[in-house]
Design a protein around this ligand. Structure first.
Ligand code: PLP
Length: 341
C-alpha cells in the first residue's frame, strides 16, 4: 500500500461518529520560547479513552459486515488498545472480549470492564495473552482487532493528520509522532507525504524499545530480545509488517529518547497545560526537544502529538524525580527554583 491508498482510506474513515469534534491543537508557549520556534500540541490525551487508540479501533470495527459484527470482536492488550476496542464496540452495539495478561493492573482491567467488554485474564505477558486471544477467536468466530498492523486501524489513527492540517491552516515545519507498533506514525506519515510532502514527519521511540529505528536501519523488521516497559504504550518486541513498510518509506527520520527525556517531556506538558501525560504520551515532545538541542528542527511551526494520559498514579513519584534529574531541568542539581513570572 502506498501513501495515496492510505490517504483514500483515511478520508473514508468513520471516526467522526465517535469523535465528533477534533482534539485541540494548542500552542505551547513555554516550549515555543525554550526552543525558539512555534510549538503546538495535538491533544490526543483528551479523547474519551485518554488516547488516540479509539480512532483506529472504531474505524476497524465500524467496517465489519453484519455477520462478523453479530459474532463480536476480540483483542489482546494490556493497555490503551483494550480501552479503544471496548469503547468502540459498545458504541456500535457489538460484543467485545479483551484478553489481558494476568499481571495487568486492576485500574486498567476496571477501565475496560467499565466500557462493557468481557475481560479474560490469561498469561504472564502480552505475548501469552495474544496467543490465547488467537485460540479464542478461532473457537468463537469473533473478529480480532489488531492494535496497529491493519490498514483500517492505520487509517483511523491517520485521521489525526487530517485534523492537524485543517486546524493549523498554514505552513508547518514538522510533526513529531510517538512510535510503538507504528500504526499512528505510519498513518500520519503517509497522509502528510500524500498531500504536504514538505512537512517533515519524525517518529520517536524509547531507547529501550526501539524496534522501528532498528528495523529501518537494518532494512527489515528486527525482533528485540528485551523491551523496556516504562513507556508501556509504545513497548513492542516487533513492529508490524504494513506499518514498517509505510514508516520506512514515509518517515523523514526515526529517533530515540531516554527515560529521563520522557519524564522531562511529561513535566513540560504539565507546566503548559496542567495535564499529566503517560510516558508514551510524551515521547513526541521529548523527541522534539532532542532534535532542537541538536539544531535539527526544520524551520516553521513544530507539532508534537501528546498521545495519551493513562498513567499509573503510583508512577508519578518516579517520573517527577527523573524529570528533576534531566539536564534541562529548572529544578535540577543546581537546586534552582524558578520564580513565578
Ligand atoms: C499505542 C500508543 C502509542 C504507539 O502507537 P502505535 O500505533 O502502536 O505506534 C503511543 N502512545 C500511546 C499513548 C499509545 O497508546
Amino acid at each position: 500500500m502506498d501513501h495515496h491508498a492510505i490517504l483514500a482510506r483515511t478520508l473514508n474513515a468513520r471516526v467522526a461518529k465517535v469523535m465528533p469534534h477534533p482534539t485541540p491543537l494548542t500552542p505551547a508557549r513555554g516550549l515555543s520560547e525554550k526552543l525558539s520556534i512555534p510549538v503546538l500540541l495535538k491533544r490526543e490525551d483528551l479523547t474519551p479513552v485518554f488516547s488516540f487508540k479509539l480512532r483506529g479501533a472504531y474505524n476497524r470495527i465500524a467496517m465489519l459486515d453484519e455477520r462478523c459484527a453479530a459474532r463480536g470482536v476480540i483483542a489482546a492488550s494490556a493497555g490503551n488498545h483494550a480501552q479503544g476496542v471496548a469503547y468502540s464496540a459498545r458504541r456500535l452495539g457489538i460484543d467485545a472480549r479483551v484478553v489481558m495478561p494476568a499481571t495487568t493492573p486492576k485500574i486498567k482491567i476496571d477501565a475496560v470492564r467499565r466500557h462493557g467488554a468481557r475481560v479474560d485474564l490469561i498469561g504472564r505477558d502480552y505475548y501469552e495473552a495474544a496467543a490465547a486471544c488467537e485460540v479464542i477467536a478461532a473457537e468463537t468466530g469473533m473478529t480480532p482487532v489488531p492494535a496497529y498492523d491493519d490498514p483500517d486501524v492505520i487509517a483511523g489513527q491517520a485521521t489525526v493528520a487530517l485534523e492537524i492540517l485543517r486546524q493549523a491552516g498554514g505552513p508547518l515545519g514538522s510533526i513529531f509522532v510517538p512510535v510503538g507498533g507504528g500504526g499512528l506514525a505510519s498513518g500520519i506519515a503517509a497522509v502528510i507525504k500524500a498531500v504536504r510532502p514538505e512537512i517533515k514527519v519524525i517518529g520517536v521511540e524509547p531507547d529501550d524499545s526501539d524496534a522501528m529505528t532498528r528495523s529501518i536501519q537494518a532494512g527489515h523488521r528486527v525482533a528485540l530480545e528485551r523491551v523496556g516497559i516504562f513507556a508501556d504504550g509504545a513497548a513492542v518486541r516487533m513492529v508490524g509488517e504494513t506499518t514498517f513498510g509505510l514508516c520506512r518509506r514515509y518517515l523523514d527520520a526515526c529517533i530515540t529518547v531516554t527515560i529521563d527525556q520522557i519524564c522531562a517531556g511529561i513535566r513540560d506538558v504539565f507546566e503548559e497545560t496542567r495535564a499529566v501525560l503517560e510516558p508514551a504520551g510524551a515521547l513526541a515532545i521529548a523527541g522534539l526537544k532532542r532534535f532542537a538541542s541538536e539544531g535539527r528542527v526544520p524551520s516553521g511551526p513544530a507539532i508534537a502529538i501528546a498521545s495519551g494520559a493513562n498513567v499509573d498514579f503510583g508512577a508519578l513519584g518516579f517520573i517527577a524525580n527523573r524529570a528533576a534529574a534531566s539536564p534541562d531541568s529548572d529544578y535540577g542539581s543546581r537546586g534552582k527554583v524558578p520564580t513565578p513570572a
